[in-house]
Design a protein around this ligand. Structure first.
Ligand SMILES: NC(=O)c1ccc[n+]([C@@H]2O[C@H](COP(=O)([O-])OP(=O)(O)OC[C@H]3O[C@@H](n4cnc5c(N)ncnc54)[C@H](O)[C@@H]3O)[C@@H](O)[C@H]2O)c1
Ligand SMILES: O=C(O)[C@H](O)COP(=O)(O)O
Length: 311
């Protein structure tokens, strides 16, 4: 059995894989598209994170592939239809990195309200901008969460410590008990947009959620709204966000994910030049704890599947 790991995997998880499948040949190295196609000629199990795009082309170049393990949540980098046609099992690790993402979302909101990045850059460049950098408290604000899955629920739990009114919108209806448990109120999409001071996007990217927040939705929002996208590039129309940041309607924008990753085009130069835009390079899941949980979970799931195949 040949297992190829194309994106970084936690060390403890790698060790576990070696122990649990001692006869497997394991390689761990990032290959770009053409080299990966070549590599995949005799690979049985492919392990990736979000950086590797497992396209139909890659899948069609993988005659022996039986399992794709995604060490993380989002499956939008994998052509699920092409995998299904070839009877390839696709596994991911639901919930294992959600707490880390939720903590980053709160970090971004506080960064924007308290000007942390801006103040830090200013002071390091020799400016004492005490008067200019009066901020706002998170406490007492209305926080809207769009997509109430693993990240959304973790976020709601953390927010109970910040005394926010927390609204949620999800296509799945929450029971009164669930809303009570997380101290949230489920509302319509439109009501969430109209009532929230902060809006966090925590829904998957798919054909139905592309630009789910665009110009029309931003116009419905309160003035001085904060928008955070730590879900997937493409659920937010970034060009519309830039327009309303420039005209002052949007108070701040936090992005961990981008329509273009890495975000190198000129559009991002302009977006990133705004002081109230806080950005991180898709590191929502990049904590030691989350990577250990994700890594161990994907190995457990792969080993279980391999054992089924071997029987
Ligand atoms: N930044 C990061 O590093 C990072 C890490 C983990 C997850 N993510 C991304 O965050 C998103 C959420 O992750 P999760 O683990 O909570 O996933 P999840 O599947 O547990 O939750 C997603 C929720 O969104 C809801 N949803 C789906 N379509 C919707 C729609 N049109 N409108 C409203 N709600 C909708 C689902 O019903 C579900 O409750 C995913 O896109 C995932 O890829 C990013
Ligand atoms: O969907 C996810 O799990 C996140 O986007 C994390 O992606 P990463 O594993 O590439 O950091």
């Amino acid at each position: 059995m040949k297992i190829h790991i194309n994106d970084p995997l936690d060390e403890i998880a790698l060790q576990k894989l070696k122990e649990e499948l001692p006869n497997a040949t394991i390689t761990s190295e990032h290959f770009d598209k053409d080299k990966l196609k070549e590599k995949m000629k005799d690979v049985d199990v492919l392990i990736v994170r979000s950086a590797t795009k497992v396209t139909k082309e890659i899948i069609d170049s993988s005659p022996k592939l039986k399992i794709i393990g995604r060490a993380g949540m989002g499956l939008d980098n994998i052509d699920l239809e092409a995998a299904k046609v070839k009877n390839i099992k696709v596994l991911n690790t639901p919930g294992q990195n959600a707490l880390s993402v939720a903590e980053l979302v709160i970090g971004m909101v506080i960064d924007i309200y308290r000007n942390i990045t801006r103040a830090s850059i200013g002071l390091k460049e020799g400016r004492w901008e005490k008067k200019e950098l009066e901020g706002l408290e998170l406490s007492g604000k209305t926080f809207g969460i769009i997509g109430f899955g693993y990240v959304g629920t973790n976020l709601a739990k953390l927010l109970t410590g910040f005394n926010t009114t927390t609204l949620v919108y999800d296509i799945i209806n929450l029971t009164a008990e669930e809303q009570n448990k997380y101290k949230v109120k489920q509302v319509s999409f439109e009501d969430l947009l109209k009532q929230s001071d902060i809006i966090s996007l925590n829904l998957p990217k798919n054909e139905k959620t592309f630009h789910v927040i665009g110009e029309k939705e931003i116009k419905l929002m309160k003035d001085n709204v904060i928008i955070i996208n730590a879900a997937r590039g493409g659920v937010l129309d970034e060009k519309a966000a830039l327009k309303y940041l420039k005209d002052g309607k949007i108070f701040g924008l936090g992005l961990d994910v981008f329509e273009e990753e890495p975000p190198v085009s000129d559009f991002y130069k302009e977006l990133f030049s705004l002081p109230n835009v806080v950005v991180t390079p898709h590191i929502g899941a990049s904590t030691k704890e989350a990577q250990e949980r994700v890594g161990i979970n994907i190995i457990d799931r792969i080993v279980e599947e391999v054992n089924k195949i071997m029987i």
